[in-house]
Design a protein around this ligand. Structure first.
Ligand SMILES: Nc1ncnc2c1ncn2[C@@H]1O[C@H](COP(=O)(O)OP(=O)(O)OP(=O)(O)O)[C@@H](O)[C@H]1O
Ligand SMILES: [Mg+2]
Length: 371
């Protein structure tokens, strides 16, 4: 996928700006607070429904404006119903979103959309930013969201199962809080267990598919870590008992607590290292490289399944990685044919000296000028 045009209106400090990125590497420079990250936030918004720095209502709308608007146009290969690329042909797609923080209105290819998910499944963006280390060092919900986002893009049957599970979990928790009887709980436990086993199966298989790519990437980006592995924890003792039994065993305790203590909503995954005891032993920079490897492994997998690379956004690359790693990452991405967006207060050292071609944009005073 290659974005050919991105328009922002009332996004953070921007009144109205438009950018026409090139198909390969795009670099946005400008001083602190100029609005570089805001451009990537707008792109991220169109793929996730939120910014990597929070939800729309957490300050993404320009102060004083009623709502923000983002419009994005991109090219992507035409794929058949099985996802295979059809004869090298491409098509142009367009998406628009107006969001006030509460209400939103979206359009995809000229049609109004009923669910934000319709828009989010269209454009795929993978973002690496200063907060990305949380994928390795942060809480489990970030890692679950990573798996679920990937599955949402590569496995059509996943989202209905995810919704089923979320609904059953809400119902069971409400029943636990209202101290409902066993008969009522039995019905929802059954539904929760069925959806939960499916959900867990999808995630476990998906993580196993990501592992070879992830291992290759960490080998390339952080060879000092030795071999790496991805290990899934299902959220209950899955190797010992089915979820239905785990729910029944936990019922009395869950009644006291007022929520469901076992199941895929408590799942997590971790990175295992051949030469380190665990993630606590990683340096800050190594944590970032491991997180970046996980993000790129997912992008690589998505490319294999959907026939094209997601757009890759690297916010503040030079402050996140040293020069050698900047070069490795950029070269790997360009070799894959991905469209890449990089921001920095200066031209990243890896680009200033090398002979890599790129398009440069300068962000200043609420404007974006090609250089
Ligand atoms: N809701 C808002 N309304 C108006 N201005 C805002 C709003 N939110 C943020 N800003 C301003 O918009 C700018 C946001 O800049 P952004 O974070 O994109 O900068 P940046 O170029 O990435 O800077 P840095 O190099 O420091 O990362 C800042 O100047 C900030 O004060
Ligand atoms: Mg920034």
């Amino acid at each position: 996928m290659r974005v050919t045009r991105l328009d922002l209106r009332n996004v953070r400090r921007f009144d109205e700006v438009s950018i026409r990125p090139a198909s390969g590497l795009n670099v946005l420079t400008g001083g602190n607070g100029a609005g570089k990250s805001s451009v990537l936030e707008a792109l991220h918004l169109m793929a996730y429904g939120r910014s990597f720095r929070g939800r729309v209502r957490d300050g993404l709308v320009r102060s004083g404006a009623p709502a923000l608007e983002v419009f994005v146009e991109w090219r992507e290969p035409v794929t058949g119903s099985d996802g295979s690329v059809v004869g090298g042909t491409e098509r142009t797609r367009r998406a628009g979103l107006r969001h006030s923080g509460q209400d939103w209105d979206g359009r995809l290819d000229g049609q109004s959309i009923a669910q934000l998910g319709d828009l989010l499944s269209a454009l795929a963006v993978v973002t690496f930013e200063p907060g990305s280390h949380a994928l390795v060092a942060g809480s489990a919900d970030i890692r679950r969201r990573y798996l679920d986002w990937g599955l949402f893009h590569v496995e059509q049957a996943f989202t209905p199962v995810w919704r089923r599970y979320a609904r059953a979990l809400r119902q069971r928790n409400a029943l636990l809080k209202s101290r409902a009887g066993d008969a009522q709980l039995d019905a929802w436990d059954h539904e929760l267990a069925q959806a939960g086993e499916l959900l867990s199966g999808y995630r476990e298989t998906f993580l196993a598919r990501l592992e070879p790519g992830f291992r290759a990437l960490t080998g390339e980006l952080a060879p000092a870590l030795g071999g790496t592995a991805l290990e899934y924890s299902p959220g209950w003792r899955k190797h010992e008992l089915p979820l239905a039994d785990a729910l029944l065993l936990a019922r009395d305790r869950d009644r006291l607590a007022g929520f469901t203590s076992v199941g895929p909503h408590r799942a997590d995954w971790r990175v295992g290292f051949a030469s380190l005891p665990g993630r606590e032993a990683l340096s800050r920079g190594q944590t970032k490289l491991v997180a970046l490897s996980a993000l790129l492994a997912q992008a690589d997998h998505l490319a294999a399944v959907r026939g094209c690379w997601p757009v890759v956004a690297l916010d503040d690359l030079a402050s996140e990685l040293d020069r050698d790693h900047q070069e490795r990452v950029i070269d790997r991405l360009l070799a894959s044919g991905a469209q890449v967006w990089v921001t920095g207060t200066e031209l990243p050292p890896a680009l200033a000296a090398g002979d890599r071609g790129f398009s440069l944009f300068h962000v200043e005073h609420g404007r974006i000028e090609p250089r």
